[in-house]
Write a protein that binds this ligand. Structure first.
Ligand code: KG4
Ligand code: ZN
Length: 336
């Protein structure tokens, strides 16, 4: 079963060809990072134009690199939710057109579920139920995962996503966009105990997240309590920047790890799965590995290329929906 996957939910235009949910023949990712970096975040209009410009080339490349013909495809899959509405629509329209022209089934998948599935591409031995933490630029969610295609949302951020907090704190510290990877690297040179930033756990037992407070705490730490008097960013030494980065990162990761472990225990899960762009973070990987090990729960996370937005995870998950004949018709909509 050879499936084409399409992913355009945010600022990466991606297409992939995957066999039987596992074997990646191609996984082309055209990143728009350079276009958005000078604005310090994703500009939806620019993202849509870039998707429109590149989607056909990216699909052609994925099929060519897989060394197959379009007619060899058994199905067309696409992430139709959640994401930027205009960006999702471009991928969905491409997928619908191909499905109609090639007379192949259309399979729509949830982008966050695909981030969870990414681990399954690289590991065979994931036991369910699993608790899955998806941490990306736009989302921070916990899913009780019953199978490859059965997900129950049990926790979500009530404000900013974890990746968004990394990117916004990076902006305060004068780093580039996206700032997550740079904060990760800088933190290794800093002292994570230098500053006690707040850890927001919300009410007792809550599996929801909140990261807007810590972003403001970093801002006050850098600019002083009275922002109206602060005309410009005070000059920070490299060591001060590294200490702030490390202390911020530690606070975010403590909450992510604690809530994930709490959820794994609460639902007696057999595995923990980590996915999304922030799953590239070395400190998060290390601390979650240590905590999961202490409790004897196996932890799975994919290699970095499959953590970031990519279409292989979409085509992989779609295989399991194909097996269930869970197809979409051409009226299916994009849902932001
Ligand atoms: O999943 P993703 O590629 O796109 C979305 O669906 O949002 O995630 C992108 C996010 C960005 O916020 C970026 O700063 C963050 O992932 N990120 C990281 C690291 N690598 C990427 N955050 C922390 N540490 C990293 N090493
Ligand atoms: Zn994502």
């Amino acid at each position: 079963m050879i499936i084409l996957g399409i992913e355009t939910s945010c600022d990466e235009t991606s297409a992939a060809v995957v066999e039987n949910g596992k074997k990646i023949y191609s996984n082309i990712v055209a990143s728009q990072q350079d276009l958005h970096s000078r604005f310090g975040g994703v500009v939806p209009e620019i993202a849509c134009r870039a998707h429109t410009d590149t989607i056909i080339t990216v699909i052609d490349k994925a099929v060519a690199e897989a060394n197959i013909k379009m007619s060899d495809l058994d199905a067309i899959s696409v992430a139709n939710t959640p994401g930027l509405i205009g960006a999702l629509l471009i991928g969905l329209t491409a997928a619908k057109s191909l499905s109609w022209i090639l007379k192949k089934p259309l399979i729509t998948v949830n982008h966050l579920h695909a981030h969870i599935y990414a681990s399954k591409i690289e590991y065979d031995d994931i036991d369910y139920p699993a608790i899955s933490l998806v941490v990306s630029g736009g989302h921070t969610s916990l899913f009780l995962t019953h199978s490859e295609i059965n997900f129950e949302s049990v926790g979500v951020t009530i404000d900013d996503a974890a990746g968004e907090a990394f990117d916004k704190v990076g902006k305060i510290l004068g780093l580039g966009y996206p700032a997550g990877p740079e904060i990760d690297t800088l933190s290794a040179k800093g002292n994570e105990r230098a500053i006690q930033f707040p850890r927001s756990y919300l009410k007792k037992g809550s599996l929801d997240f909140s990261f807007s407070g810590i972003k403001t705490a970093v801002l006050y730490h850098c600019m002083g309590q009275d922002l109206s008097k602060a005309s410009e960013m005070p000059k920070l030494t490299n060591q001060e920047i590294a200490d702030i980065a490390a202390s911020f990162q530690e606070a975010v990761i403590d909450v992510l790890v604690d809530k994930t472990i709490f959820a794994a225990t609460k639902f007696s899960t057999k595995s923990i799965i980590l996915g999304g762009g922030v799953a590239c973070n070395s400190r998060l990987r290390q601390k979650l590995t240590d905590s999961a090990k202490r409790r004897g729960i196996p932890l799975f996370y994919p290699s970095k290329k499959l953590c970031m937005d990519n279409a292989a995870m979409v085509a992989g998950l779609a295989f399991h929906k194909y097996v269930e004949k869970n197809f979409s018709n051409l009226e299916v909509e994009a849902i932001p």
